[in-house]
Design a protein around this ligand. Structure first.
Ligand code: ATP
Ligand code: MG
Length: 682
């Protein structure tokens, strides 16, 4: 047996020729198998650059890189490809996209950009309708369909219209030299499917591919994996069908069923020991998942002892719930040995549930971070700056052009922009190309033209300077000059509700620029990038080229001692000693869509898996909270505990927590500490 692995794990690690699937419940060491296998493959002589480990999020990739670094050292880890399917896709398309007619400098659109293009294509300003199209188009793309094929499978009238919008949308993306997130898997797939030389190149390059969270791959990702590994099928997939929680985004358990069929020599390994959670927690998890149909039966046990009973916090309102959750954190924190704040996570079903929790945490002055929620990069001031960067890296990116020209507005009014847009539309060229067209002066007034010409000059000038700002010092200088030239600080002052807000936003801008400059320095730890390997000094322009991707893919992680607030979806694969699942109300988890009654059965199954994922994040203690009343708009609505709380089958006497006794104990503890402090200071 290798160090730190049990027998079954060792077998999984040692099986390096041909395909293997590790199928096991939560916390059984699947991810550990992947990291150890990277080391083992290198030990056996495979070059690090011929190993690709694919994770579900960039954050998971960063963590895996960190772990692998401990095993194989910093030099080797830089060569191993550890990234998400999307980041791998970016690499492949940048390297080989030319055969698909894509230049190396394409832009990656975030979902806001996609939405505005879809609105244009569908000729609507109705966001709800456009979002519905966006989802439908994305689903088709994930199923590997193009617009023509989508039209054939479209069933309802809404779907038929969506397929027509899709056709126009695809044309636009080509014209803008842009791709969306789904393309980052779809295009590499096209590359491998239709271009033999590219396929052979990648198959020869990759000696072994490892995939974590395999149960949440979608149809295109599976196809991509198959083509990457070819007939030899040197790969290791690890997953848990009970943790499949991305069905709504096109992930399909069919991928698990297909593996043994497509690869008859598949070596299936099951892991049964859970190394994460106490028996009390694991039992609750097993009870909850019990009612779901079994794809692959498995048993899971823990040797970590019974541990603390799982608690249920029955609260009056959402605010009360937040206060109690925080009180629980404080009382656990008073324990011996004292846990760090980073040992705690509060998990919930939907992003909006973070707000009352944030307020209560702030009140108690407990440091926290919201992960998987509104990220730093989603702030409007950061998106404004990214608009400029994207435009420098791809002049045809019209949404970026619009952001740059309006932040700040440079005396170029709506009307002028509309005229420019009309002209570009007629000529079938991008806004940027229209700006420099010799025909433009015949269409616009001299005044309108003056503002646009000045903007064009500025863009060219900045583009030139950004490409010569190499290394962090030069980049920093350039960024400072640029912000001054476009008067960005004043713009923030003018567009913010108060000077304090403007100051915060300016602080964000500074932090962002600092980070950009560091990246230009090239001495950045690769774990900060989105699967990219950043080692040499770069020009700011090169850094900007990766920004569109980073701005949406990377969740920035500062390694501070803070409580994690996260959605259940974003908590996948992670673990904390102390976990609270908040808002476990019927209608929230399982989530009820609109007036859907009863909740659809297949949805209940997926929600149950989500609850299972939540429970199994906990190592030592777990509490589940719910509120008797909730605010819905302006009204109060009565709340019921989630059916999943009942399904955890907690023994009634141990589940009940007496808040008064807890508070009393807490008060006594503080009084004792205060007295001790007084004594020492005397
Ligand atoms: P999930 O399904 O949640 O992704 P997983 O199966 O990937 O879980 P890991 O995260 O790899 O599980 O492991 C869970 C915990 O157990 C980690 O803290 C890991 O370090 C530990 N662990 C795994 N295998 C062993 C082992 N053989 N000995 C000791 N600890 C282990
Ligand atoms: Mg894992």
């Amino acid at each position: 047996m290798s160090a730190g692995l049990n027998l079954a794990q060792t077998q999984a690690v040692h099986h390096i020729h041909g395909p293997s699937l590790v199928l096991a419940g939560a916390g059984s060491g699947k991810t550990r198998v992947i990291t150890q296998k990277i080391a083992h493959l290198i030990d056996k002589g495979l070059a690090p650059s011929r190993i690709a480990a694919i994770t579900f999020t960039n954050k998971a990739a960063a963590e895996m890189r960190e772990r692998a670094k401990g095993l194989i050292g910093g030099k080797a880890v830089k060569e191993v490809i550890i990234c998400t399917f999307h980041s791998l896709g970016v690499r492949m398309v940048r390297e080989d996209g030319e055969v698909l007619g894509l230049k190396a400098k394409f832009s990656i659109l975030d979902s806001d950009d996609v939405l505005s293009i879809i609105k244009e294509c569908g000729g609507t300003t109705d966001s709800a309708l456009a979002k519905q199209w966006q989802w439908t188009i994305s689903r088709w793309k994930n199923e590997g369909l193009n617009a023509d094929e989508a039209l054939k499978v479209a069933q309802s009238d809404v779907e038929k219209v969506a397929a027509l919008v899709m056709a126009r949308y695809e044309e636009r993306l080509t014209a803008y030299q842009s791709v969306d997130f789904d393309d980052l898997v779809g295009l590499p797939l096209q590359l491998l499917r239709h271009h033999q030389e590219v396929r052979e190149k990648w198959q020869a390059r990759l000696g072994h591919v490892l995939v974590d969270e395999y149960q949440d791959t979608n149809a295109t990702q599976y196809e991509l994996l198959k083509l990457l590994v070819g007939e030899r099928g040197h790969f290791t997939a690890v997953g848990d069908d009970d943790q499949s929680i991305y069905g709504w985004r096109g992930a399909t358990l069919d991928n698990l069923k297909k593996l043994p069929v497509d690869f008859p020599n598949l070596n299936i390994i099951k892991l049964e020991q859970n190394y994460r959670s106490t028996s009390a927690i694991l039992r609750a998890a097993n009870h909850v998942i019990g009612p779901n149909p079994k794809l692959f039966p498995k048993t899971l046990y823990s040797e970590l002892g019974e541990g603390e009973p799982v608690r249920v916090l029955d609260c009056d309102s959402e605010e009360h719930e937040a206060e109690r959750v925080v009180a629980r954190l404080m009382s656990l924190r008073a324990g011996n040995p004292m846990p760090e704040w980073r040992d705690f996570a509060i998990l919930y079903r939907a992003n909006h549930q973070a707000k009352p929790l944030e307020k209560a945490l702030r009140k108690a002055q407990i440091p926290y971070k919201v992960s998987g929620g509104t990220s730093f990069f989603d702030r409007s001031e950061i998106k404004d700056l990214c608009g400029w960067f994207r435009l420098w890296s791809n002049e045809n990116d019209d949404p970026a052009f619009l952001r740059a020209v309006t932040s700040p507005r440079r005396g170029i009014g709506h009307q002028t922009l509309a005229q420019l847009g009309d002209f570009a539309g007629q000529m079938k060229i991008s806004l940027f190309a229209a700006l420099f067209s010799p025909m433009l002066p015949t269409r616009l007034s001299a005044r309108a033209l003056g503002g646009l010409n000045e903007f064009g000059r500025l863009l060219n000038d900045l583009h030139y300077r950004a490409s010569h700002a190499i290394g962090s010092e030069a980049a920093r200088q350039f960024l400072t000059d640029w912000l001054e030239e476009i008067n960005f600080e004043n713009y923030l002052l003018d567009s913010s509700d108060s000077p304090t807000i403007a100051a915060t936003r300016w602080g964000n801008v500074m932090e962002f620029c600092d980070w950009m400059a560091q990246r230009a320095g090239g001495d950045v730890d690769p774990s900060e990038g989105a699967g990219g390997i950043v080692t040499e000094a770069k020009s700011l322009l090169e850094v900007a080229q990766t920004i569109a991707l980073l701005s949406t893919l990377t969740e920035r992680e500062k390694d501070h001692d803070v409580v994690t607030l996260s959605t259940l979806h974003a908590s996948k694969g992670l673990e904390w000693p102390h976990v609270v699942l908040a808002g476990v109300n019927e209608g929230i988890l399982p989530f009820q869509q609109g007036d859907e009654t009863p909740i659809d059965n297949s949805r209940i199954e997926e929600e149950r898996r989500l609850m299972y994922v939540g429970i199994t994040r906990a190592q030592r203690t777990l509490a589940v909270s719910w509120a008797r009343r909730r605010k819905k708009g302006r009204d109060w609505v009565a709340g019921k505990p989630s059916r999943f709380i009942g399904e955890m089958k907690l023994a009634a006497e141990t589940a009940k927590e007496d808040p008064r006794a807890k508070l009393r104990a807490l008060r006594e503890e503080f009084a004792r500490k205060a007295a001790a402090n007084e004594q020492t200071s005397l």
